[in-house]
Design a protein around this ligand. Sequence first.
Ligand code: NI
Length: 211
Amino acid sequence: MSVDASRLRDAVARLVELDVAPIVQAGDPVLRAGTVCYDGQLDDAELARLIDLMTRTMRAAPGVGLAAPQIGLPLAIAVVEDPGPEDDETAQVRERIAYPHRVLVNPRYTPVGDEKVAFYEGCLSVQGWAGVVARARTVHLEGLDERGNALDEEVTGWPARIVQHETDHLLGVLYLDKVETRSLATGTAAHRWASEPHPLAAARALGFELP
Ligand code: NI
């Protein structure tokens, strides 16, 4: 897609005045349009302010990742940060370790090996819902950070899920496109199933298969 750089800069200039940005919800075309690669459309100060805004917005939500389309910008930038789970069982079962704040610029991922793991996840743009998505347990992450340094690393466990989810956003893909539809839950059911470390009981109760 093509996006006029001056319109992009205007949109960024307006957004960064906000304390936190409104998070766009599913059904908005910006979540489906895909993004343009970041190639210096913003100057260093503008980029830094945008990343600060995205980070504030992610933390306030709170969430463990936020992609630029979620604040209405069709730009291939995402922020991620996971302080880690509250309980040890979740940490162990989901391989959810703390993942420090980072910025993904023009990221892409490729699965490493065939192993898939399925867990409940949610999205700040699909408020109130959770569903089971089977994703690669390990991925090779490539792209750039906010300083233009190359990202080239293997990511595994829950951080790999976060990286896949956020990179998908930049391609116009939502977890809803990959979800096990029978697992979808909202309200108290979403809270119940998403707070169990493993979706086994949900699979039995709702009637879906796990990989
Ligand atoms: Ni999301």
